[in-house]
Write a protein that binds this ligand. Structure first.
Ligand code: ARG
Length: 282
């Protein structure tokens, strides 16, 4: 018997793929010699956006900037916890100019915001589960960024070593489903990190190599509904067996840049309540 899964309304930040393209190669999925179907990418992105709204979530937008074709992958912009924001410091020159856009976005909305000193690719590599912060390294964010993030948020960081280039960000190899449940692909992690994950999450959902290759772990969960790339069919079946509600999104074109559902979604926290301020509040 699985416990009933409970959804909570979330607040997300996304970036429309107006300038999405594959014109350089910074991960094994990117092949600049093959043209991108921008219209299809837009439709796929729009469907993710629409699903979030249908599920009752709030979605805000950061303005896309010309010359930044990877900005659609908003998850990399920052890590956000309890209204505090650590903005990314990108590893590759091609994405460095995204950081000021995120700094401005958060700053003008009165978040407490700071840019990371160390190479840190935001929620691509930092995922909160309960009180813990799982942190990936090996391809993008550096080990020192794990320490910096731990100090900034005052949350214990669990440092995980990624070893397969196809799964270059933590969010391509592991997804947080609720406060204590994760799903992941063990093969993406070094043996000692696999051991850590087994101990922390004995009841985790384990993805197959095929599901991982379909980017199935690049998923967004609200505690019950899990929006995930459509190709990960056996992972969807496993989610259902565990009481979650999988919702498939076709991301074939977004995958050309090496990103799926989660990459396009920066999680800001729980949705802000629409309830009016109590009378007499200052
Ligand atoms: N082309 C982008 C890069 O290589 C894809 C980023 C995917 N984002 C993610 N959160 N995994 O940086």
């Amino acid at each position: 018997m699985t416990a009933p899964r409970v959804a909570s309304a979330r607040r997300y930040l996304m970036c429309p793929p107006t300038y999405f393209d594959v014109v350089y190669c910074i991960n094994p999925w990117m092949d600049p010699s093959k043209p991108v179907d921008q219209r299809l990418a837009y439709l796929q992105w729009q469907r993710i956006y629409d699903v979030f709204l249908e599920l009752g979530h709030q979605v805000e937008l950061v303005a896309p900037l010309p010359g930044l074709p990877d900005m659609v992958y908003a998850a990399n912009g920052a890590t956000v916890l309890d209204g505090r924001v650590l903005v990314a410091r990108f590893r590759h020159e091609e994405r460095v100019a995204e950081s000021p856009a995120y700094l401005d976005w958060f700053d003008s909305r009165r978040f407490e915001v700071r840019q990371a000193d160390c190479v840190n690719e935001g929620q691509g590599d930092f995922l909160a589960v309960g009180e813990l912060l799982l942190a990936g390294r090996g391809f993008r964010s550096v080990r020192a960024a794990h320490t910096e993030t731990e100090t900034f948020f005052q949350r214990p960081v669990v440092s995980l070593n990624l070893v397969q280039a196809d799964f270059y960000h933590l969010d391509t190899a592991l997804a947080v489903l609720d406060e204590q449940t994760v799903m992941y692909y063990p093969g993406a992690f070094a043996p000692d990190s696999q051991q850590v994950l087994r101990q922390l999450f004995p009841d985790a959902i384990i993805a197959t190599a095929q599901d991982a290759a379909a980017f199935g772990l690049n998923a967004v969960s609200d505690g019950r509904n899990v929006v995930l790339p459509a190709g990960a069919t056996s992972l969807a079946a496993q989610l259902r067996e565990h009481g979650f509600e999988p919702i498939a999104a076709d991301v074939s074109e977004l995958l050309r840049g090496g990103g799926g559902v989660k990459c396009c979604t920066l999680e800001l926290g729980l949705a802000r309540s629409a309830a009016p301020e109590p009378k007499g509040a200052a």
